[in-house]
Unconditional design. Sequence first.
Length: 365
Amino acid sequence: MKTIKLIIPVIAGLFLLNSCGRKTETTNPIRKNITETVFASGVLVPENQYNLTAESDGYLTTLSFEEGDIVKTGDLLAVINNKTYNINAKSADMLLKIARTNASPNAPALKQIEANAKAAEQKMKQDELQAERYKKLFETNSVSKLEYENMVLAYENSKANYLALKENYNAQKQVAEQQLISQQAQSDVNKVLEGNNELRAVIGGKVYSKLKELGDYVRKGEVIAIIGSPSNLYAELSIDESSISRIKINQEVAVQLNTNKNSHLKGIIQEIYPTFDKQSQSFYCKAVFVDSLNFLISGTQLQANIITQQKENVLVIPRKFLDFGNSVTLEGGTKKKIETGFISTNWVEILSGIDETTTIIFEDK
């Protein structure tokens, strides 16, 4: 799909000969400054591009933007009518109010236990005084041992009842506080979910695409709009897997927009994405523009040549003069073995074996 090209002036000096009805061309190796490139196709993509995505199911009751609009961070762009989230949020608020009431010192359940505990405390103190009194009476033989022991037992029972009510109060308070924490969390969660009905701009930018209309029913995860930088776009390039190893960061790129094929824009490779796209069988990289980009339409298709190597004063021959086994045909038909460097679609670099004085031929069979 992608090919390597050499950007080089067309070589001159080819002579056409006719021999026995065959077309024969001759040439001599020449020296040129050459540039090796990798071809890539791609599109313009805005910086900070993101999808405005529905976070709940429902009908769009508000859409406050159009394609081309500039929006600011936090702007309300869409509202989804999801009644379930609204009902849950209101219900959670009501339950939270009840939980707060139950956890307050004036909660009816706590007040009742507190009153019972105070009554039990008074009875315990009275029984304690009676037990002390009966002890003295018993020591003077004024009451029987059984009467004394019954009074001590009454004191111990009232004391146990008081302590049990205190424990009950603390336990009831703890349960109420736990319920308050739980309901507070549930209320917060439902407020977040209810807030998902309102879609706001995460980052300010330009609305490049509006994908839904007012009144449309959307589901969670569906894209409503595409937003990105209004003035800063880059070229997302598709690189064939056979060529990706030649691509490096900061390599120069010559970009040609399909909307203006008479103009070339200079850019550089800024990022090589680490994943392989199975659908397109390509790798992707990001090229930022050095030259001013006046055409700011996201999705504009383009072609690019990535400069992977530049050499000066290189000895080259047209590729069609290279035979199988890295050999060329000299005048007279003799085969000559040569050593080659890189080989592109049109040109072959000569490292050794022939020089500029060597005439070679190509016979069109």
